[in-house]
Design a protein. Sequence first.
Length: 216
Amino acid sequence: MNTMNPVDCRVCRQDAAACFFEDLERFYWGCSACGAVFLHKSHLPGAEEERMRYLEHENDPEDMKYRQFLNRLARPLLKRMPAGLNGLDYGCGPGPALALILQEAGHRVQLYDPFFFPRQETLKKSFDFIVCTETAEHFHFPREEFKRLNLMLRPGGWLGIMTTFLVDRKDFPDWYYRRDPTHVVFYRRETFYALARIFAWQCEIPAENVVIMRKF
């Protein structure tokens, strides 16, 4: 594989990605423009490997510790939104706990997940808000995914994202988040500000690993 020349970043599309890290199993590109780090295409996992990995996750909507974790996004998002909106839990997995939290707060929430709720008709609709928790790191082609989210989001709508930020390059080889074979793209704080500039979103980071965008 040719890893010597810069390539287009799969997040920001700039020709600014160069070798970031490699070991015996995987090769990662790092973008000097937006700060994203992403796995070489030849190492992306297959669909069945992804599905089986997701089934190992314990995402029980009745698990109070899990609900507390999701509230790190739900609480700041709910403070910003009026009641009674129509939303989407994008990449909700087999146990859509965040959707339940938002429904309990008075919102209507539809579900989409390519493995567990593959409702293609949902992707043709528009929404007042979209939440995407522990999902963005699984995007094989992030720019296309964020473009899709932008198209589904109504003007004035909110996009809430949770993913563990990449902070320190020296920790990357042993970083637990990288060790999950389905985690194929990693974002820094500046990556989300770059995406906000691309799509003309307002970007807030109200808590660690939590991003709230607003479309204008």
